[in-house]
Every structure is written in structure tokens, then in C-alpha cells.
Design a protein around this ligand. Structure first.
Ligand code: FDA
Length: 403
């Protein structure tokens, strides 16, 4: 330690969603707080999230919306800081927001309004924020006297060190693996990581099929085909979008969180119908099959579908058995993605710091007092719909209560 070493109660690495929340709440507890980030601007992911309007929480958020090797881990933090707590916070700042389908809340104007709120909270709480700073080395002082952080801006000492450096998705927004490196340095296990909430890419004939339909969206129910475990795979009734690489859209992003390389996905193309019954009725009325499909699908998709999977225009000529099989096919269309579109296109990272060594109450490392991991760096991943930011707020708040 040198004379120029600056002292803080709390140093937070990462000025993203969880780091800023933790900083403000720690500051309000009277702690002196420094937040360090290597990016030139704070909370870059908040700014671009939700198509620039940030889906900042979900009023239905519950532990069931998260994937974690220990599904109980998220319960404590989510219970301590609920979606309504964050809504109360933004209400105090007069943020205008809108409720969309399935409990999602979005900024009405721009995500930057939310960043301003987080920055204001940090100012009011007396937090110091330093951007464009490289974190070079972290070490624990002996006798549990805290931590030293060597940075491009000098040396900082603190009692509590909070790692809020996020995960690997969107490297162009300065995502790095610093959190995982620090976790390893302090003896923590990293659960295997992979891109989540990400488009799926296809090869061969299905790639051509998707490319032909690029830009077409369909309302479907989609799930992962997972062999014996099929009953456990959640299904999502949301839109899918054909792209030049394969499939995207909310339904596909949701399912990508559960998809593993080599698995198939199953799409119900007419999720609101009893398809076999409807086809029998069509057969009896001798109506045009493609016109019936066009009632539910864009014409372009009907055309492409029937070119691949022909069916006579008049179902009167078709046996019940064939109709039954075709109806099954329409509701259980199995496709095998070649891969995901990778971290460049992924909204989140699955896996991360194994939570067995982390106290669920405050996200502190069990064997390393004063060291905390919050937000996405942990092995906690939310479904699409504002759940990931809610985890950032909840875990940031939980850590702030004891740092
Ligand atoms: P976050 O990534 O927010 O912050 C980490 C910070 O650490 C960054 O500021 C980074 O610069 C800094 N950092 C990283 N490495 C560092 C290093 N080596 N040195 C110093 N600093 C370092 N979620 C949701 O709920 N609703 C939504 O609408 C969306 N939309 C969305 C769109 C897109 C395109 C993406 C990529 C992601 C989303 N998300 C989302 C997910 C959400 O953005 C994400 O889960 C949270 O931002 C995670 O918060 P964290 O604080 O953990 O990390």
C-alpha cells in the first residue's frame, strides 16, 4: 500500500445495471463507494436494451423465470427487492413507462431516461464513478482487512469488493470475462457458459427455407425437443421471425435458453387451434386448404410451407389417417438448429459463477468475506421479458445491505 492509495468502504467493479443499483443503495447506507468501469459510458446495455426502450422489469417476476444450477438461489434476493420496489424507485423520478404483454414494463421514451435515474441515485448517495479505468489486479489483504485494486488510475483499498462486471454477451459493448477470472482467482467454480436469448442458425435446406422467408413472423408455440425430459422443457407461445441466418423473434430467444447443441426444437404452427378437428371440418365443407391456412399465416409462409409439405387443395380426397398425420406435423414441426448466433447476438450468458459458494441472502462469497458477485456474472439467467434486469436490481440491492 502506498501513500497515494485511496480508501473506500466499497469498490464496485462494473457500472452496469447491478453495479449502479448496488452503488446507490450502499451509499444510502452511509458507505463510501467507488464504482470503476473500463467503458467510456455507464450502463451501455441498459441504453440499447429493449430496442432502446429497456424492458426494465416484469411485474410477474418469480424464481420460476430464472435458470440456475441451484433454482432456490434467486429466491432470497428476489424477495428482498421486488419488481414493485423498482417501479416505486422510477416513479419517484417521474419516469414515464408503458406496460406491454406478459407483464413487461418498458420506458415510454428512451432507455437513457433510466440510466439518468440510476446516475442521479448514485449522485444523491454520494457515489464516486470513474469510467474508462482499466482494472489491472485485485488482491485480498491479510487478516480479512479488505481488498486492494490496482487500476490504470492508481491503487484503491476497500473493505468490500463487489464484482458486477456482467458476462460475455455483446463484446462490442465492452463485455469481458474479468468477473470469471476474479472468481477463479478466489477459488470459485465457473459453470460452463453459453450464449442465451439468442437467435438460432440453420444450415442446408432449412437455411434456404428461412432465407426465402426472411422478415416473415408467425405466432407459434415453441419448445426444445429434449427426448425423455420432454415434459420438463418449457414451451413459449410467442412470435418467431425468419431471418437470413435462421430463426429469431421472442419465441426463439426464449427457447434458446434451454437449447443445447444437437437438440431439436418443436414448433406448433397453429397453437390456438384443434388442428385435426378443423381439418375434418374443412374436409366435410370441401373448402380450399391454402385459403384456410392464410387465415392464420402470412401468404408467403403458406406458399413456402405447401411447397415443402404438399397437401391437396380439397381435403375431401384425403384419408382421415393422412389428415391426422398432417395435423400432427403442423403442431409438432421438429427442426434441428446448427448452432446459436453466438455471443455477438446474445442478450445474456447462461452459466457463470457457481452459486454454491455464494450466500443467497447478500451474494457474498462464503469463504471470502467482503467479496461479492452480483448480476449476470453469476450462474443466473432470466427468461426474456425484463427478468434479467430485475435480477440485476435485486442482487445489487441484496449485496448493498451488507457491504
Ligand atoms: P452489465 O453488462 O449491465 O454491466 C457490466 C459492466 O461491467 C459494464 O458496464 C462493463 O463495461 C463493465 N465491465 C466489464 N468488464 C470490465 C472490465 N474488465 N473492467 C471494468 N469494467 C468492466 N435484460 C432485460 O431484463 N430486459 C431487456 O430489455 C434486455 N435487453 C437486452 C438487449 C441486449 C442487446 C443485451 C445485450 C442485453 C439485454 N438484456 C435485457 C440483458 C441485460 O442487459 C443484462 O442482463 C444486464 O445488463 C446485466 O447487468 P450486469 O450489471 O450484471 O452487467
Amino acid at each position: 500500500m502506498t501513500n497515494s492509495t485511496r480508501q473506500f468502504d466499497v469498490v464496485i467493479l462494473g457500472a452496469g445495471a447491478s453495479g449502479l443499483m448496488c452503488a446507490a443503495q450502499s451509499g444510502y447506507r452511509g458507505r463510501s463507494v467507488l464504482v470503476l468501469d473500463h467503458a467510456p459510458k455507464a450502463a451501455a446495455k441498459v441504453r440499447i436494451s429493449g430496442g432502446g426502450k429497456c424492458n426494465f422489469t416484469n411485474i410477474n417476476a418469480s424464481p420460476n423465470h430464472y435458470i440456475c444450477a441451484n433454482p432456490h438461489f434467486v429466491k432470497s434476493a428476489l424477495a428482498r427487492y421486488k419488481p414493485q420496489d423498482f417501479i416505486d424507485l422510477v416513479d419517484r423520478h417521474g419516469l414515464e413507462y408503458e406496460a406491454r404483454e406478459l407483464g413487461k414494463l418498458f420506458c415510454l421514451h428512451r432507455a437513457g431516461d433510466l440510466i439518468q435515474i440510476l446516475r442521479t441515485e448514485c449522485d444523491w448517495a454520494g457515489v464516486e464513478l470513474e469510467l474508462g479505468v482499466q482494472v489491472q489486479q485485485v488482491s485480498a489483504l491479510s487478516d480479512q482487512k479488505g481488498y486492494l485494486v490496482l487500476t490504470s488510475g492508481g491503487v484503491v483499498q476497500c473493505q468490500s469488493l463487489v464484482v458486477a462486471t456482467g458476462a460475455l454477451s455483446f463484446p462490442k459493448l465492452k463485455a469481458t470475462d474479468l468477473g470469471y477470472k476474479l472468481a477463479k482467482q478466489f477459488g470459485l467454480i465457473i459453470n460452463e457458459t453459453r450464449p442465451g436469448l439468442v437467435p438460432l442458425v440453420f444450415d442446408n435446406k432449412w437455411l434456404t427455407f428461412c432465407q426465402q422467408l426472411s422478415g416473415v413472423a408467425l405466432d407459434v408455440r415453441v419448445s426444445v425437443l429434449s427426448g425423455d425430459d420432454k415434459n420438463k422443457a418449457p414451451s413459449f407461445e410467442e412470435a418467431i421471425l425468419f431471418t437470413h441466418q435462421g430463426l429469431s423473434g421472442p419465441g426463439i430467444l426464449q427457447v434458446s435458453n434451454y437449447w443445447q447443441s444437437g437438440q431439436g426444437i418443436e414448433i406448433n404452427l397453429l397453437p390456438k387451434l384443434d388442428v385435426f378437428d378443423e381439418m375434418i371440418a374443412l374436409k366435410e365443407q370441401n373448402l380450399h386448404f391454402h385459403k384456410w391456412l392464410n387465415r392464420f399465416w402470412p401468404k408467403k409462409f403458406t406458399q413456402a410451407w405447401l411447397a415443402h409439405f404438399p397437401m391437396p387443395e380439397r381435403l375431401a380426397e384425403v384419408s382421415h389417417e393422412t389428415l391426422k398425420n398432417y395435423a400432427l406435423f403442423l403442431t409438432h414441426w421438429a427442426l434441428y438448429p446448427a448452432d446459436t448466433a453466438g455471443y455477438d447476438k446474445a442478450e445474456v450468458t447462461l452459466g457463470g459463477v457457481n452459486v454454491d459458494s455464494i450466500h443467497s441472502k447478500d451474494c457474498q462469497v462464503k469463504h471470502q468475506p467482503g467479496l461479492y458477485f452480483i448480476g449476470e456474472v453469476l450462474d443466473v439467467t432470466g427468461q426474456l421479458g425484463g427478468y434479467n434486469f430485475q435480477w440485476a436490481w435485486s442482487s445489487g440491492f441484496a449485496a448493498a445491505q451488507t457491504v
